[in-house]
Design a protein around this ligand. Structure first.
Ligand SMILES: Cc1cc2nc3c(=O)[nH]c(=O)nc-3n(C[C@H](O)[C@H](O)[C@H](O)COP(=O)(O)OP(=O)(O)OC[C@H]3O[C@@H](n4cnc5c(N)ncnc54)[C@H](O)[C@@H]3O)c2cc1C
Length: 397
């Protein structure tokens, strides 16, 4: 069978936010890249995932001349509300650390990046199958795949970026004797809904009560995102719309009687949690970026932002790698070290926020009361509020 081959400097596996941002920023450094992606552009465009962007993520989207609509279509959030047993405490990000976050859905981020990449003539193969990566210990590693027309293709590169998400095939190519898989699972999940209704509240509300956790989030003027804590094996079909709204309203509680804006539920999903880090993030001619290298529970809103942090750390090191004629791996080692420093901070914040805000299966009166004490220490002191604001909006230092 004839195999069509393409020569390029960097081959990228995965056309999500990490892969596309890497491709775009490499192009600005004069480094050529080609992306392969198993899903269709339309499927990714219509899949709902993250929505909160740190201001450094917004800066990347706007400063890289990508034409992102984040400022025209996104919403700036200068703070958030934490609620325990109905008692609300607002964390004022702007006042505490001088930064905000932006609500701008991940599928819109993806659309901006894919549009920019294709408008600039960037090559991307959608809906590919049978993807494999070989030759990582040679100077010319390859990505082989079957394209959407059924034709065999090969990308011959000098470096491969594995940006293929949380079920990454690329990371498994790092030999087991070199790779450490740090992993922890959680005994609960999020039941997420999309509701056709106006916003219940202008800012996110992270709520806890004896029934566990709930999150009031937003998507647009007409569609809202809400979550509540559930067992990981919950079947969404077992919950009626009425029961879902009742649960979220009960966790929200409160004397200020914030009433949920209800409407038709257009999507129900159960999102299991896990924390995962692959160390190191590079081996031979492979580097990992985004969820391929690490996964966090969604409580701290860090997943998508960490993918962008990786890319920020990666671009100068790939540039240094190509500037050195011997293609020394020191720059890629440095990428792994720098990125992992941030990843572990984000793991710590996400784990802590998750355990603070969720009901544990072995919960007893002591543990519920202890978490209430932690909530008071966090929200009742400027040091506590500043820690939360600094971490949530994305550490500058
Ligand atoms: C249901 C869900 C809800 C989430 N909610 C939140 C949230 O509320 N807040 C938050 O911060 N984060 C959230 N996340 C996490 C966030 O979406 C991810 O951190 C983010 O998508 C990471 O971007 P990425 O580009 O690394 O990975 P992805 O977006 O997963 O992109 C990887 C891409 O690689 C492609 N791919 C996979 N295997 C191959 C292959 N072999 N060959 C070619 N292509 C391949 C996939 O199709 C995918 O498009 C959520 C994730 C999920 C799954």
């Amino acid at each position: 069978m004839t195999v069509q081959t393409t020569q390029v400097q960097v081959g990228i596996v995965g056309g999500g936010p990490a892969g596309l941002m890497t491709a775009l920023l490499l192009k600005r450094q004069g480094i050529s890249a080609v992306v392969v992606e198993t899903r269709s552009q339309e499927t990714i465009r219509t899949t709902h995932r993250a929505g909160i962007l740190e201001d450094a993520t917004v800066e990347m989207l706007t400063q890289a001349d990508i034409g992102s609509r984040v400022h025209s279509h996104g919403h700036e959030h200068e703070g958030t509300v934490l609620s325990f047993d109905g008692e609300r405490r607002r964390i004022d990000f702007q006042q505490l650390v001088g930064r905000s976050v932006w609500l701008y859905p991940q599928n819109e981020v993806f659309h901006d990046l894919a549009t920019a990449w294709q408008a600039e003539g960037g090559e991307i193969h959608w809906e590919v199958s049978e993807v494999s990566v070989e030759g990582l210990q040679t100077s010319s590693p390859q990505i082989s795949f079957t394209d959407s027309e059924g034709a065999a293709q090969q990308i011959q590169a000098e470096l491969i970026v594995g940006a293929d998400g949380s079920r990454s095939m690329c990371r498994k190519l790092i030999p087991e004797e070199i790779r450490t898989d740090h992993f922890t699972a959680y005994p609960y999940a999020w039941f997420g809904i999309l509701v056709e209704a106006p916003p219940t509240h202008p800012e996110l509300i992270y709520a806890n009560s004896e029934d566990g956790f709930a999150l009031i989030s937003q998507r647009s003027e007409t569609v809202q995102r809400m979550y509540f804590q559930c067992d990981p094996d919950t079947d969404p079909a077992d919950w009626s719309d009425e029961a879902i709204f009742e649960r979220i309203q009960s966790v929200l509680g409160g004397e200020d009687s914030i009433q949920l804006q209800r409407g038709p539920i257009i999507e129900k999903t159960v999102l299991p949690f896990r924390s995962y880090v692959c160390e190191p993030l590079n081996w031979a001619r492979l580097v990992l970026a985004g969820d391929a290298g690490h996964t966090v529970p969604p409580t701290g809103a860090k997943g998508l932002n960490l993918a962008f942090c990786d890319v920020r750390a990666l671009i100068p090191q790939i540039t240094a790698f190509f500037a050195d004629a011997s293609r020394d791996s020191a720059a890629l080692d440095e990428y792994s070290r720098t990125a992992l420093d941030r990843v572990w901070r984000a793991q710590s914040f996400s784990y802590w926020a998750t355990t603070l805000l969720h009901r544990q299966p072995e919960e007893n009166p002591f543990s519920q009361r202890r978490r209430r004490g932690e909530f008071e220490a966090l929200t009742g002191t400027e040091a506590g509020r500043t820690y939360f604001a600094d971490a949530y909006t994305g550490w500058k230092a």
